[in-house]
Design a protein around this ligand. Structure first.
Ligand SMILES: [Zn+2]
Length: 150
């Protein structure tokens, strides 16, 4: 057996294992149990293959590593002015300089948040007022002082 890959985590190891299986290479992941107990680099899961599969497995693992290291695909937005697709990390359209608009969904979510906040405050206010009105009435201020007995 030869070690072909040092995984970041269990999912990472399983992904490569599946890729290798698709290519007809049997692989096993080691240290998964230890890693789940001590998630530190020394115990990162490793993927192992039989010696005769190493070269092919290494090529697949290399490809896998490159795909892992490439920046995650960000959502794109459509320029409202010229209709161009723009990558999510850009705030302006590269073609016509129009700025990205907040999606209606985001605005709707924010509006819902404000309404929820107002509702909570209103409920708290009602509870507060009810609690106050339930208090026993105070004696009138100009009432004579209670008679003290000796
Ligand atoms: Zn544009």
């Amino acid at each position: 057996m030869k070690k072909v890959y040092l995984a970041k985590d269990r999912v990472d190891a399983d992904l490569l294992k599946e890729l290798l299986a698709d290519a007809g290479i049997r692989a096993s992941a080691q240290d998964e149990l230890v890693f789940s107990l001590y998630p530190i680099p020394a115990f990162y899961p490793t993927v192992w293959v039989h010696d005769e599969d190493y070269a092919a497995a290494r090529a697949i693992a290399g490809e896998f590593e490159r795909s892992q290291n490439s920046p995650p695909a960000t959502a794109t937005w459509t320029c409202p002015k010229c209709g161009e697709r723009v990558e999510g990390r850009f705030k302006e359209c590269w073609k016509c300089d129009a700025e990205v608009k907040e999606s209606e969904e985001t605005v709707a979510l924010a509006r819902r948040g404000v309404m929820l906040f107002v509702a909570v405050v209103a409920v708290l206010l009602v509870v507060f007022l009810l609690a106050r009105s339930n208090r026993p009435p105070m004696p009138p201020r100009d009432a004579p002082p209670p008679i003290l007995r000796r």
